[in-house]
Write a new protein. Structure first.
Length: 128
């Protein structure tokens, strides 16, 4: 591949701008023991927090032009498009033992991958 053409994919990636969204509400639906309460090293047991985050996007914001048909979606009284996204969060039962960092996974069409990538156990549909 000629050198001048090799840069085209990199330039295309560099030109992609992320959409801009705002989380306006978080609803926790459940807090349950993770991995049946198994202790992990010095941190100890974890719990799984599940819920829904509600947000809104501004269809007039140039950063949101990458979202197909956003301008056609119904708008709220503030002129924003509302959305909801499910979330699962793992946190130490004793927060003082954690490393105070967050590792997150952005779902793709509702599928969660991170726990499967980190797990050494056989894959299941949902880690509990």
């Amino acid at each position: 591949m000629p050198r001048s053409i090799a840069w085209i994919p990199l330039l295309a990636l560099a030109s992609i701008s992320p959409a801009h969204a705002l989380i306006i509400e978080i609803n926790v639906r459940s807090v349950v023991p993770f991995a049946e309460g198994h202790a992990f090293g010095t941190v100890g047991a974890y719990e799984r927090v599940s819920g829904v985050a509600k947000g809104e996007l501004d269809p007039a914001d140039a950063r949101n032009r990458v979202i197909v048909n956003l301008d056609r979606a119904p708008k709220n009284a503030r002129g924003k498009v509302e959305y909801e996204v499910d979330f699962d969060l793992l946190r130490p039962v004793n927060a003082g033992r954690g490393n105070h960092r967050i590792l997150y996974d952005v779902t793709n069409r509702g599928r969660k991958f991170l726990l499967h990538w980190l797990s050494t156990r056989p894959r299941r549909r949902s880690a509990r």
